[in-house]
Write a protein of this length. Sequence first.
Length: 185
Amino acid sequence: MIFDDAGGNWSGEVDNIIVGIIQLIVSIFAATIMDKFRRKRLLSVSAAACGGFMGILSIYFILKDQDVDLHGFGWLPLVSFVGFVSSFNLGLGPLANTVLGELFPQSVKTVAMSLCCLWNNILAFSMTFIFRRVQQWIGLGETLLIFCIMALLGTVFIQIFIVETKGKTLEEIQDELNNVKKENL
């Protein structure tokens, strides 16, 4: 839908195939680099990059809705979306569950992770369900701008509240979480 609305150089189907192929390649690459970098840094960079690429995409559609001539920029939605998907798959996508798995003690990990995954899926379904309605109400560019802002706020949240979990024991992570909680009260 986004690619069809963009009116880019190819059809929406071709753009989706390109995104899918790049997503597969990035996912394989992500598995090889995930343990080489600090989790908090990857999450922050991923969220900021997702926000940046979504911001570019939102500006494109806002300008398009204002009848600005974007004839030479038909490639921009595809590049922005590929950048977003790649950024997500290098951090927010795979690392969110990894970090969650490291936060819970073994005695509650199964139930806690199940509840977190359930909540994540409910939110993902809700966003998918309401996306088109919000887009029709305020416009595609403005809807994408909301996603941009949320990703950038997520970057701030990660910097303030998420602790580094790589190479730490559960006790070290819990102690650090308690310190973050005390500092932010």
